[in-house]
Design a protein around this ligand. Sequence first.
Ligand code: K7E
Ligand code: CUA
Length: 768
Amino acid sequence: MKIVSKSVVSLLAGVSIALGAISTASASSLEDVMKARGLTQKDLLAAAKTYTPTGGRDEYLAFSSGGQSGQVIVYGIPSMRILKYIGVFTPEPWQGYGFDDESKKVLAEGQVNGHITYGDTHHPALSETNGDYDGQYLFINDKANPRIAVIDLKDFETKQIVVNPVFKSSHGGAFVSPNTDYIIEAAQYPAPYENKFVPLEDFNDKYRGGMTYWKFDRKKGRIDPSHSFTVMAPPYSQDLSDFGKRASDGWSFTNSFCSERYVGGIEKGRPPYEAGCSQKDTDFLHVVNWKKAEQLVKAGKAVKINGTDVLPIDVMVKNNALFLIPESKSPHGVDVSPDGKYIIVSGKLDSHATVYSFDKIQKAIKNKDFEGKDAYGIPIISMKSAIHKQVELGLGPLHTQYGSRSCVVYTSLYVDSMVAKWDYCEGKVLDKISIHYNIGHLVTMEGDTVSPDGKYLVALNKLAIDRFNPVGPLHPQNHQLIDISGDKMVLLYDMPIPLGEPHYVVAIRADKLKPIVRFKSGWNSRTDTRSKFKTRAGREKTTRTCDAEGNCRVVVNGTTIRSHITPETIEAVAGDTVEIHMTNLERAEDETHGFAIFAHNVNLSLEPGATVSATFKAGKEGVYPYYCTEFCSALHLEMEGYLLVKPKGYKAKSVAGKTGQTYGKSDYEKQVKTNNDTQAVINSVVGYITSTNYKDFPPVVALVEDATDQLGFADDAKKKAETAAAKSDWQNATLWAGQHWQYQVKAADIGLRAKTYLEQHGAKVIKK
Ligand code: K7E
Ligand code: CUA
C-alpha cells in the first residue's frame, strides 16, 4: 500500500507498529523471568490457568456487589479482569448515571427521604428460567435503605429501583424464584412498619420483621409493586433467604439471628446487643409457602400498610403457610441444594453446618409434629425432625455454594479463614484450603442454580491485610480465585477489589449473555423507548421561549458525531432554564462521546445511538465552554463549543464570525492535493476489503457501514468547498476542504481497523 499523505502516515503509523511488534521475541527466557521474579513451577501453572492473552475472553462473568459503593462490579473469570462498574444506587459520572435527566429519574423513583446518594449493596441475583440462569436480568438489594434495583443485561444499565414500603433495613435479598416470578427481600433490623416513632419498649408488640416478595413482570422487565406483597414476621432479625427449587419449589427459607428479641442500650447500663443477641443456643429458620401466600393475597386476606399488601402472622399460620425450625446459634447462610431437597444453614458461632431435609420438613408439617409455638403463635418444627445431617466443618461457617458433582459443597469458614469442601449427603469433609483472610461469601460457577458448573470458586475475603502493596489504612478487599476442578482445591490468584465491601457474587457462563453493542437510534436507555428528543443529522435546532411571567427556556436538540457537537454555540440569558437533548449519531461500535459543561454539573455519556438529556438553570452570566469527554477521534479535542449566558438586556453588536486566520487560493489548492492523496489511501484500503469475504465478519460489516457514512459526509463537505471555490471564496473553500479531509481521515482510520481485523482473522481474498 502506498501511503502518500504525511499526516495520514503519522496518523496510521500506530497500526503497523502494533502489528510488527507481535512477532518480536522476548529478550529473556522463561527460566530467566522465573528466577528474576522468584516464581515457582506452581506459580507458572496458576498463571497459565488465569492468564488471558490479548483479545482473549473469559469463560464466566461475575457480578459482584459493590458494597457501600452502591454499584455492581463486573469481572471475568478466570482472568479476574474488571470489565465494568454499573451505577445502581450511587451516581456514576463516567456513565452519566445520576447526571442525565433519564437516569436521575431512575434514582429519584428509588429515593428514600429525598437525599440518599449511596447504597449498601449485598446480594446480586441473576434471573432464572427453570432454576437456571437465563442471562436477562440482574437484581441487587440495598441493606441500608431497603431497596431492590433491576439491571437489564441487554445493556448492563439500571432500569428501576423500588423502595420497600414497610421495612427500615433489608438483608435477605435479592434472591429469585426458579422462574423469576418473585424476588425476595427479607428485613434485617426489626422496626415498626408505619413510618412513625414507636418507643423501643414496644419492641415485642409493634416492631416487626418480614419477607417481601417483589413481583417481577418479565414482559416489561420491571418489578410490579402493585402485585408485590409482604409476609409479616416476628421481630427476629431476619437474615439471608433462598427460594426452594425443584422438590421444594413454591417454598422459601429465611433464617434469623437475635431471636432473643434483645434490645440493647449500653448508655442506659444494659449489656450490649452482641451479648443479648447471642445468648440462646438456637435461632429460627423461617419456612414460607410463598405460593400459598400469593393465593392468600389474591383471596383478599392481606391488610394494607403504607399502601402495600401485608399478610399478618395469624393469617399465614391459620393457612399452614409459615413455620419455624430452630437453627444453630447466630446462623448466617441459607442455601438450597440444586435438586431442592436439602437446605444448608451455617451458624457463625457454631462449628457445624446443618443440613435440613425438605422431605422431613414436609412430613413434620403433615403430621403436625411440632415442638410448640413461638410467642407469635407460629408452629415450631423440632430440629431433630427436620435434620438430615450436622457436620463439623471448622470455625465460623457462613455461606455455602454447590459444586458440579452431586453432594459436593463448599462452605466459607470466616474465623478459620478457610474454605471447606464437603459431602452433604454423607456428612464428611473432603478438603480444606486456607484463604487470606476472613472469608464471607464464596461463589462457584452458577453455584446457586439447579445445575452448578463448579470449575472455579472465588473466595470473597473481608480482609486483605498483607496481600497487596500498602495503600493506607483502608485496604482493598481480596477476591481469591480457586481452581476446584480437581480433588484438591488450588489457589490461583488474588484480586484486590478497591470499591466497597462486596458481600456476594454471582457468576454466569459468558455465552449466556447477549448484550447489544449499540442502541437503536435516538434511544432512551432507561425507559427502553425511542426518546421524544431524538434528533437526526441536519435537524438540529435551538429554541428559546418565554412564558407570561417571563420565565424562559432554551431547548437544544443537538447531535454528536466524530468530531463535532451540533450546535457549536448555545446562547441563553441569565436565569434561563436550559434543556439539552443530545443524540449520538454514531453507529460504530465503541464510539461513545461525552458532553460536559463548565460549572453546571452537566456530564453526559452518549453511547452510539443514545439520546441523553440535561436540564439545568443557567443562573449566572458568563462563558461556559463545553466539550466531548471521550477521546473519540484524532480531532477529539476540537469537539467543543460555548454556552454563552448573556446578561439580561444584552444587545449583540455584530453577527459576523471572527477568526484568527485567513486563507487564500494556494491554501485551498494545497488542501485539495492532500485530500486527493488521502483518497488514494482510502481507495487502496477499500480495494483490499472488497476483494475479501469481509461480509462473513459482522464487526467488519459494521465498520464498513460506518466508513460509508463518513464518506457520505465527506462528499457533502467537498461539494461545499467546490461551491465556495467557484465563487473564489477561498476562506470558506479552504475550511470546507479541511472538513472534507477530516471525514476522509475518519473513513481511512475505520477502513484500516477493518483491514487489520480481516488480516488477523484469516479473511480470504475472493477476487483480484
Ligand atoms: Cu456479608 Cu450475605 Cu450481607 Cu454474609 S452477608 S458475608
Ligand atoms: Cu467525541 Cu471526543
